[in-house]
Design a protein around this ligand. Structure first.
Ligand SMILES: [Zn+2]
Length: 105
C-alpha cells in the first residue's frame, strides 16, 4: 500500500464499502443456501483469490496494465493473509473466561 496524502481516507472508505458489499452477499448466501457461515466465508476468501489471480494476469504478459504494479504471488498472498488475520481478534480474546474477566475489569 502506498502512503500518499489522502490515501488513508481512500483506504478507509474503500474498506467500508467492501465490508458492506461482502456482508450483504454473505447474509444473502446464508439466507438462500444451507451452507454454514464458515463455508460461506471460505467462498468469500476463494473469490478474493480469484480476483487476485485475474488482476495479477492483467499485470503480466505482452500488454500489461500501465500502472506499474508487479504481482508477486508469494509476498502478495502473505500480505493478504496478514490483512485477514489483523482484522480477527486473537484466540485468547475470544476465550469466554477471558472475555468475562475483561468485562469485569
Ligand atoms: Zn495496474
Amino acid at each position: 500500500m502506498q502512503a500518499e496524502p489522502g490515501t488513508k481516507d481512500h483506504t478507509d472508505s474503500t474498506r467500508a464499502e467492501f465490508q458492506q458489499t461482502i456482508m450483504a452477499a454473505f447474509c444473502n448466501a446464508l439466507r438462500t443456501t444451507p451452507l454454514p457461515p464458515i463455508t460461506v466465508l471460505e467462498l468469500v476468501a476463494m473469490a478474493l483469490g480469484s480476483v487476485y489471480q485475474e488482476v495479477a494476469e492483467a499485470h503480466r504478459g505482452d500488454n500489461p496494465c500501465p500502472c506499474g504494479w508487479q504481482p508477486d504471488p508469494g509476498a502478495d498472498v502473505e500480505a493478504l493473509q496478514a490483512a485477514l488475520a489483523a482484522m480477527v481478534p486473537s484466540p485468547q480474546v475470544t476465550d469466554l473466561r477471558l472475555m468475562q474477566a475483561l468485562g469485569r475489569a
